[in-house]
Design a protein around this ligand. Structure first.
Ligand code: FES
Length: 569
């Protein structure tokens, strides 16, 4: 009888048989149970493509996942495979407490475990919202089975009273105006229903779209597929193609470790910089690269940043929305513009080199993807900073910052954590001016706050009402990819790890110099030594995931991955 030999082929359903002490019996049992789902023997003999299903009623960005999975299945079946969808943790930015970042590593563990424990020859990873794609790429890099990334795609912007609106730069823009008293409560309530009106991920070059572009630059998404809007029919065709491609990867195996390499990671960094993309993407790319033993050096990032212009004109740093980027030529056009800066020998999931994929000039609409000679900014969007306040680095998105604040030596106004920030930021009696530097500490990855996107500290209400639009703000947490301002992020080591940030007090002088790439705390070492001796580390969470995070999570310069999940543990 078929499959009853002592040496079953370790493909398809015969992979990873459960441990009953008798592999033939385990496979027999597996087939028997699979038949209870109505599969024929013909289907069960086919190579298996696992499809990661992150659909969830809590995840608006993944609303289209069910139809995408149907399309992936079509592609798999037509190419001769057996599609098997399975659920994993689904993460949606606004739906999770304390933050989705707190659970990115949980999703990565879950996905890796299911990719390796269940029988499959290749996988299609269906994600979209900010943390799902990083988690899936981290998992795929570690599991190292052939995999194709499929994203849900961005939402469309909504025409509204003479302008267009989309999540979430416009959410922040209008909320800031509401705080400043220039938008009424009635109008802000009306706009609430206009910011996200179609399925899909946020419609600007926020973290989700930046990660889709990065996945495409790495080679894990076929060229041109990352930015297709969620509601376009092409998105379903891309899903069908992802399924067919996964089947092709079974007969011509290309593993993530052949695609995600030091060179393709550097290509992805160039793309991140040229996009003026999300600062979060740097943490995620660092974590993905860490899974294959590649370290992203922040000094190298500065070199890349100084030689990579921002050429994509999208919100939050520019004007357009993701649908404009896609119709302007998307990643093929962007990569074409950057081609002499890229490693062209990197292969992607189709097995072709980047050079082969860019063998011909690509269509480009210059309104949204500029020529290198006429960039949005002649240098890259992100810089890293080092100094006595950030010995292992910090970053600033200069493309979203105010140049007049780039060189600043000023008094610190310190908030000890999120609660302190919430309690005092709008206090009309707070001694703060637009010249001060707002500092938030104890909001890094080690804290129960879960490294939130709180780096976009609100302008104190009394200053906002007086018309202040930007101030220097700094913290050990993150900023939404859709936010903007002169904001130093990811100060490493974070305060909860006992970094110098923990020692900063209101009234201290901080010097920020973008020109020198430096961030320094101008306080005598003797004073700091006294403060250091009095510093008390935060309490350990008692149990569960919070405890695992507290004991295992690495700092931002290592992608905030869990120590035991990186290559080599
Ligand atoms: Fe999911 Fe913005 S909330 S992409």
């Amino acid at each position: 009888m078929r499959g009853m030999t002592n040496t079953p082929p370790k493909t398809g359903l015969a992979r990873n048989t459960a441990n009953y002490g008798d592999r033939d019996f385990a496979l027999y049992l597996r087939r028997s149970f699979a038949k209870s789902m109505g599969y024929s023997q013909t289907m069960l003999d086919k190579p298996v493509v696992g499809i990661v299903d992150t659909g969830s009623d809590y995840n608006n960005c993944h609303r289209t996942v069910p139809e995408l999975i149907e399309a992936v299945k079509r592609g798999v079946l037509a190419a001769g495979g057996l599609p098997m969808a399975f659920p994993t943790v689904s993460l949606c930015e606004p739906s999770l407490f304390p933050t989705s970042m707190h659970y990115r590593n949980l999703a990565a563990i879950d996905t890796e475990a299911m990719l390796t424990a269940q029988p499959m020859d290749a996988a299609v990873l269906v994600g979209g919202c900010d943390k799902t794609v990083p988690a899936q790429l981290m998992a795929a890099a570690s599991a190292d089975i052939p995999a194709v990334q499929l994203v849900t795609g961005p939402m469309l912007a909504t025409p509204f009273q003479g302008e267009r609106l989309s999540a979430c730069t416009d959410c922040r823009r209008y909320w800031a105006m509401y705080r400043a008293g220039t938008v009424s409560g009635e109008r802000i309530a009306q706009i609430e229903g206009r910011l996200a009106t179609t399925a899909g991920t946020c419609g600007v070059m926020g973290t989700a779209s930046t990660m889709a572009c990065i996945a495409e630059a790495l080679g894990m998404i076929p060229l041109g597929h990352g930015s297709i809007p969620a509601v376009h029919a092409d998105r379903l065709r891309a899903a069908e193609e992802a399924g067919a491609l996964a089947v092709r990867l079974i007969t011509n195996p290309i593993k993530p470790s052949q695609i995600i390499t030091a060179k393709s990671v550097e290509n992805a960094l160039r793309v991140l910089l040229a996009l003026g993309g999300s600062t979060n993407a740097l943490i995620h790319l660092t974590a993905i690269a860490g899974r294959i033993g590649v370290k992203i050096d922040l000094e190298r990032l500065n070199m890349l940043s100084d030689t990579t212009p921002v050429i994509v004109d999208l919100k939050p740093t520019g004007e357009g929305y993701m649908e404009d980027f896609h119709s302007a030529g998307g990643m093929p056009a962007l990569l074409w513009e950057l081609r002499d800066l890229l490693h062209l020998d990197c292969i992607d999931v189709t097995g072709t080199t980047l050079g082969e994929r860019l063998s011909e000039p690509q269509f480009v609409d210059r309104r949204y993807i500029r020529a290198r000679a006429e960039p949005v900014s002649p240098v890259g969007g992100i810089v890293s900073l080092f100094g006595s306040l950030a010995p292992r680095g910090a970053i600033l998105k200069r493309s979203a910052a105010t140049p007049s604040l780039f060189e600043k030596e000023a008094r610190a106004m310190v908030f000890d954590g999120l609660e302190d920030l919430a309690n005092r930021i709008d206090d009309p009696d707070m001694d703060v001016t637009a010249d001060d530097i707002l500092v938030l500490k104890n909001a890094g990855s080690l804290t129960p706050a879960g490294m939130p996107e709180a780096g976009y500290l609100p302008i104190p209400r009394k200053l906002a009402l007086a018309g202040v639009k930007d101030m220097v703000r700094m913290s050990d947490c993150r900023m939404s990819g859709t936010a903007f301002g002169t904001i130093v992020l990811h100060i490493t080591p974070e305060a909860a790890a006992g970094g110098p940030l923990a020692l900063v007090e209101t009234g201290d002088i901080i010097r920020l110099s973008i020109k020198n790439r430096s961030l320094d705390l101008l306080v005598d070492e003797a004073v700091l030594a006294t403060r250091r001796a009095a510093w008390v580390p935060p309490e350990k969470p008692k149990r569960g995931w919070d405890r695992i995070i507290h004991e295992q999570v690495l700092q931002a310069d290592e992608g905030c991955d869990l120590a035991l999940m990186r290559q080599g543990g």
